[in-house]
Design a protein around this ligand. Structure first.
Ligand SMILES: Cc1cc2nc3c(=O)[nH]c(=O)nc-3n(C[C@H](O)[C@H](O)[C@H](O)COP(=O)(O)OP(=O)(O)OC[C@H]3O[C@@H](n4cnc5c(N)ncnc54)[C@H](O)[C@@H]3O)c2cc1C
Length: 720
């Protein structure tokens, strides 16, 4: 039985692969070799994610971007040994320092005498702070000298620390440089290598005495304690500076002077595009320091489940934890990372191995491209080497609801954020919401109507009100839009098509909507989902170009806006080589464009790649209606729909819709209804080929519209 099942599975895989190979062959024959593309941007799977592990990323196996945060047994053991040594050092300190001082003076002195000039330079470079430590046993003196050393070392003076308190800064740098040296194995080995040559008592040194070994340990133990003490002091100072700046400055110039943070890579926004860009930067540049600035207080999260999975598969914990149990049985939540993934903003400038930091609840208001600074709404500034704009979109406001009384407004939610899900879900769960009205006919409004009805069934009255004829009619061809209306109605949603909301007022415990046909609709809660607008204030304030038609920030095909500035996700209007200027508001676009922008930022001037990928989207807003689409799926274009014959055994009616370009009739979009498998890649190939298609029935054969004919074995099995 098992063998037969495995055999069947293999046959099916081989048949699918053969189909894909045929497509590739037909493309070559048609396209005469096709045109060249840059390699496809790669996916980075979330660590531990089952779904994304299927992505074909060369980076997928590289744990590097996550390595600093993984449990590291070696470091743990090292830390335990180190603490042990530290305790020993404190206990034996006085005695041993007396013993070893003489020896070390001797060693240092003779070493400097006998080394060549180049070697002396090297020794000074690597060992100067250590020699000073040895000569000065008292804490106070050592402290002064270390700071002094750092003052004199130009290489150690970095930008990242605040300029308002220079003494603090230098001390911070001093402690960091001492720490770095302690941590670096080269320092130890350099010292060890010098010994046989430079120490007259080389014979003794070959087998170090116990007291020498101890002195080594004491030296590092002492430095470790000192650095911890100073680190704590510095962080306190930095934290203080960082969080105090909000109250201090009055003019924007004086605010700018503070410049409390500088980060190599700054990302404005903390959504999907931002998150993937941060991973891509670190995948390309292992020790990169990335700072995300996010207006929201949430950790970066995945938005689509807010209208789908959380409703379909969430239980009572969904409203608090934003989690659900996927069909595979795995508990998942919407967040890309736990908070421990992120380095704190105060620590990021000094993070030896870099990392990704998140500044939450802060809005960036201006990019000063010339000064390479971002100004935040609280007046602080953040310096950058390269910056990414990933500010996405927000719900469009509707005049009629904006003009409602404050009391009525309490019953209105523009659905976009996790808090909106929590509000609606908890209202439904505690039955304070039993009548719900959703405004809009787009994908979000339609998904919500379906998902909420699916979860709460007869426990809730769901009305969907819109001015158009059918849900999603700006995407679906008219005949499919009509079918979807029927499907939604059959699932129990009350569709109020061709209705404009003319007024809204509070009435007792509810609100009442006045519709354009004169009727009134009493409801407990109103969800407005009528569209989106770009978060583009920062673009205007920064003097960057906004695309007049699409509304996003103008970027080229490399997602570059101007020198050292890139854009990705739903805010970016980029040049697509086939479809022209596009702004795509979809999850996959945010993921892939974020990834690509991150790569291009990290490899700027070396190997930037153009954005050629056609992002897809998925939606489901009625039972038996799974839609996947790619390219320009706009119902104002001419469409050709190829349907499969209805199958009495299968309620999923399958169809492929081709959207034809207005100018040359080539296929610019493909929408798949209940068609799965590798079909999206096939659709991308068709768009990519830019051929005029005459025989749509033929080309539709590339999609699994019908069950594949049964193999001989399967037929025998059935008849047996
Ligand atoms: C409920 C819902 C369901 C969806 N379902 C789907 C779906 O099924 N399939 C699909 O393809 N797409 C879906 N989308 C759309 C998809 O989620 C978005 O296209 C995608 O999240 C865009 O990603 P982004 O990173 O560009 O922007 P966002 O994810 O919106 O992130 C932008 C972030 O930047 C922050 N920000 C904005 N301005 C500033 C500033 N000045 N300073 C600091 N931070 C700022 C915002 O607060 C936000 O957190 C859905 C959207 C919603 C709302």
């Amino acid at each position: 039985m098992l063998l037969r099942a495995v055999g069947r599975q293999m046959t099916s895989v081989i048949r699918h692969q053969t189909a894909v190979r045929n497509i590739a062959i037909s493309r070559v024959a048609l396209g005469g070799g096709g045109h060249h593309h840059d390699p496809q941007p790669v996916y980075i799977p979330k660590p531990g994610s089952l779904d994304w592990s299927l992505c074909s990323s060369p980076h997928a196996k590289s744990a590097h971007p996550f390595e600093p945060y993984k449990p590291d047994v070696g470091s743990f053991v090292g830390a335990v040994v180190f603490i042990g040594l530290t305790v020993a050092a404190v206990l034996l300190k006085t005695d041993t320092f007396k013993k070893d001082d003489g020896h070390h003076h001797h060693h240092t002195h003779s070493h400097s005498k006998q080394s060549s000039h180049k070697k002396e330079e090297e020794v000074v470079h690597h060992e100067e702070p250590e020699e000073k430590h040895e000569e000065v046993p008292s804490l106070e003196t050592r402290n002064t000298e270390e700071v002094h050393a750092a003052h004199e070392a130009p290489a150690a003076v970095e930008d990242p620390v605040p300029s308002t308190s220079k003494n603090v800064d230098k001390e911070a740098v001093a402690s960091e440089s001492a720490e770095t040296k302690t941590a670096e194995p080269e320092d130890n080995s350099a010292e060890a290598q010098e010994k046989p040559e430079g120490t007259p008592a080389a014979g003794h040194d070959a087998t170090p005495s116990t007291s020498k070994v101890r002195s080594y340990h004491f030296k590092y133990a002492f430095k470790f304690l000192k650095s911890l003490e100073r680190k704590a002091q510095n962080y306190q100072n930095l934290t203080f500076l960082f969080f105090q700046t909000a109250e201090e400055p009055t003019t924007s110039e004086s605010k700018e002077e503070k410049s409390p943070l500088h980060c190599e890579y700054v990302i404005i926004g903390s959504g999907t595009a931002a998150y993937y860009a941060s991973l891509a930067i670190r995948a390309k540049q292992a020790e990169a320091k990335v700072l995300m600035i996010g207006e929201e207080t949430e950790l970066p999260y995945n938005r689509p489940p807010l209208s789908k999975e959380l409703w379909w598969y969430g239980d009572e914990s969904a409203a608090t934890k934003l989690d659900y149990t996927s069909l595979s049985g795995k508990k998942r939540d919407i967040f890309y990372e736990v908070s421990g993934f992120f380095v704190s903003p105060e620590d990021i400038p000094k993070a030896v191995h870099g990392g990704v930091s998140l500044l939450r609840g802060k809005k960036a208001v201006k990019i000063c491209a010339e000064d390479k600074k971002v100004i935040l709404d609280d007046g602080t500034t953040v310096g950058y080497d390269k910056v990414l704009i990933a500010t996405g979109v927000r719900p469009k406001k509707e005049k009629v609801f904006e003009e409602a009384s404050e009391e009525a407004k309490e019953r209105i939610t523009y659905y976009h954020y996790p808090k909106d899900f929590k509000r609606v879900e908890s209202g439904l769960a505690d039955k304070s919401v039993q009548k719900l009205t959703i405004i809009g006919n787009g994908l979000l409004a339609s998904e919500l109507a379906y998902s909420i009805k699916r979860k709460y069934g007869d426990g809730v009255e769901v009305h969907q009100v819109f001015e158009q004829n059918h849900p999603a009619e700006d995407i679906l061809p008219a005949h499919l839009a009509q079918k979807s209306s029927e499907a939604i109605r059959s699932s129990g949603v009350d569709l109020r098509a061709k209705q404009k909301v003319e007024g809204v007022r509070k009435c007792c415990k509810n609100v009442v909507l006045k519709l354009s046909d004169g009727s009134e609709l009493r409801t407990d809660l109103i969800i407005v989902a009528t569209g989106e607008e770009t978060n583009s204030e920062i673009i205007e304030a920064s003097g960057l170009k906004i695309d007049e038609k699409e509304g996003g920030v103008k970027a080229d095909k490399y997602l570059k806006v101007t020198d050292n500035v890139w854009a990705a996700g739903a805010i970016a209007t980029y040049e697509d080589s086939i479809l022209g200027a596009r702004r795509v508001s979809s999850w996959e676009n945010a993921q892939i464009s974020g990834r690509l922008a991150g790569e291009n930022m990290a490899t700027a001037g070396k190997s930037e790649k153009a954005f050629w990928y056609q992002p897809s989207f998925f939606t489901k807003f009625a039972p038996h209606l799974h839609i996947n689409a790619v390219g320009q799926c706009d119902s104002s274009l001419e469409t050709v729909t190829v349907h499969a014959e209805p199958d009495p055994e299968n309620p999923l009616e399958k169809a492929v819709v081709f959207y034809k370009s207005k100018t040359d009739g080539t296929v610019v979009g493909v929408l798949l209804v209940n068609v799965f498998g590798p079909s999206l890649d096939v659709a991308r190939r068709i768009i990519d080929d830019r051929k005029r298609v005459e025989e749509f029935k033929e080309i539709a054969k590339l999609f699994p519209l019908y069950e594949l004919p049964k193999t001989e074995e399967e037929t025998k099995e059935k008849s047996a």
